[in-house]
Every structure is written in structure tokens, then in C-alpha cells.
Design a protein around this ligand. Sequence first.
Ligand SMILES: [Zn+2]
Length: 417
Amino acid sequence: MDKKINLKRMLEDLENLRQFGRTPQGGVSRQPFAGPDKLAREYLLKQAAQYGLQGRVDALSNIIIGYKGKSQEKKTLILASHYDSEINGGAYDGILGVVSGLEILRVLAENTIELKYPIELVAFNDEEGSRFGTGFSGSKAFTGLLTQDDLDNSIDAKGISLAQAMEKAGFDPQAYKDAIRNKEEILGYLELHIEQGPVLENLSKEIGIVTGIVGSCRYSIRVTGRADHAGTTPMNMRLDPLQPCAKLWAELPALAKIEDDDAVATVGSIVTKPGASNVVANSIEFTLDVRSLEKSGASKTSQLILQKLKEYCGIDYNVEIKNLKTLQQEEPTPMSYEIISTIEAAAQELEASYHFMGSGAGHDAELFADLCPTGMIFVPSKDGRSHSPLEYTKPEHIEKGAQVMMATVLKLLQKLN
Ligand SMILES: [Zn+2]
């Protein structure tokens, strides 16, 4: 059967959808329950209806579009991604996966392809957390993990809670449990997403086959010393807490690699006190974010780095770690071997170049890995840029990604049960 992805149709969708929340800088701001998300819902449902596809919006504003292909089975293969964006984010993050899923449904529908199991496209809202900080409320509701506490205590910059925002947008926050799906009825989960990093482009690969989503540890660390006059205190008579920290940071690239070659460590925020150019600081507070695909990899690497800091503080500089707060500790989420190998077979069949890789960013797919076979396909991001108006994926990569996804879907419908 000749089932061709229609790239032109996909590019039109992307162009139309980027208008909903378009910013003066050419980016997209499509926050949950803020207005432009409603226009995106209407657009996607209208597209579906044009091809005779059944669509609906659930209690958390996730869009669900189904194609049964004459299947009588209850279990459904889910193709998903998210349709919200970062503030002044790009026109591909999340929405490309939605458009790819929609395109697959359209091709199946216009060719009236019969399927062993039904397929559903699920476009989640509020993945990014760009409005309420937390994110994943759509996929959490879908998988039964969203709580009343999430609804009441996820608050935006204006003090509006997720529940209040939902109500204002015409949704009933009390009905959030209606979005829960029966786990027994989920056959598998497949998500296409832009890479959001430079790896595929650097390797000149068309497809990233995601082997897992990294685990992460995040800390806030305060080191204290003594404030002194920057002019009158000789270098060897200072208790400067910045010195051991600076020494540690310079070694991060080497330290990150000791436990796991692909682990990454980042100091993203630094605050010194009193913070004057003519005063030796008496305290420094910084964050450490460590990620790894290996089981317990992030925590092992973190311990190694923190141990090094302790050593430098005590032995070389005589300053103290006064406060060490663990902000986050999450294990990695491996993707299903069955789906990984199916994506690989699809890529080989289509002569697409591919690379096995971890995802350094979180995705809705994480919520499904414990429930059903779960997998992700990445397509290249130009210059690795994401969460920015500069986000871009070439049309030929969009087409290849959708083709590989389509071939993967058809294979999975035969394999999974
Ligand atoms: Zn995303």
C-alpha cells in the first residue's frame, strides 16, 4: 500500500499553528489555558474532522484524536506530544510531534487502512510548565498522577492557580479525574520530538532513537568564608569561599566523566554575598545539576563532585560547606527495547541514518514508561537551538521523522499485544 507522508500538509500545519501565540520576535508563547491554546485545539480538531477522524478534548484540555481502522480491540497505541510552548519558545518543540501524529492518522484515514489495534493521537497541554512552573499536568492527569494539590498549588506569575485558570478557560477542575485512562487499554506509547540539542546535526544523522530519558540530581550549595577588604587582605590570609568552588567548576568536565562518559554537570546559578567588587565574599550559593542515563548515575556523579568540593574547602581553603539542599533526585527512565528495535528496523527500511541516544530533557513519555512499552523518536534541531524563536528543523528531517514514525507504528501494531 502506498502510504505517503504529505510534507506540504505538515508544513502548513506548523505554519498555521505557530500563529496561535506568535510573538513579535517570531517565537511562540502558547501557555496552558491562556487563550492561544484554545485556537490550537480548534485548529487540530477541525483538521481531524476534515479527514473523518473523531476528536475530543478531555478534562485537562488534552486533545485526543482517534483512528480505529475497523479494529474491535480496546487497547490503543498512543502517539503523543504536547501543544503548549515555552514563553517565546519555538514553533517545533512539542507541536511537531502532534503534527506528525496527525499526519499519520490522516494518511491512514484517507487510505482507509485497516488496523489490528486502534491508534490515538494525544496532544497534551501544559508539558513545559511555562505558566505554572510544574508542567506535565496533561500527561499526569491522563496517567492518573495529577492530584488536587497540583491543581490548587500550581500558581502562575499573577497568583492564579491551575484550577482557577482551567475554570476561567471553561474547564471544570473538579472533573480532572475524568481524564484518567485505563492503563489496561494502553497498548504502547510513541512520541516524536525535536532533539533540542546539537548531537544529531553534529553527527549528520536524520533520526535519534531514544534509549532513555536521563535521571537527574539537583542541589543548592552554600559555602561560607569571611568578608575582607579586597585591597588590604593578602591572598594567603583570606577565607574566600569562591576559590574552592571555582577550582571545582573548572574540573567539572573531567569529574562528570568519571562514573559515566555521557553524564553532564552544570552550575547554572551563582550568588555571592555581599556581592561587591571591593569585598572578598563571605558566602557563595550555587546550584549543581547532574544528569545521567545510567541507573543511579546522577547520584554517583553528584556524590563524587560534592566530595571533591568538601576536600577543596577543608584542605586547601579552610572554608565550610554550610548548607547542602537536595532539590531533586530522579532515576532515569529507560525506553522499551521492543520499541527501540522497531524504530531501528523502520529507519533501516527507509534508509534513514540514525543514532541511539539519551534524552537530556524530560518528556511526557516518562509518565508512560511504567505503564506500557514506551519509545521516542528525535529529529535534528538546527544548531541545537530550542526554547527559543530560533528553533528550527529542516523540512527533509520533518518528513523523514514522520516516515520513520509511520513505519514504526505499523510494525508496532503487529508486534505489541
Ligand atoms: Zn517539548
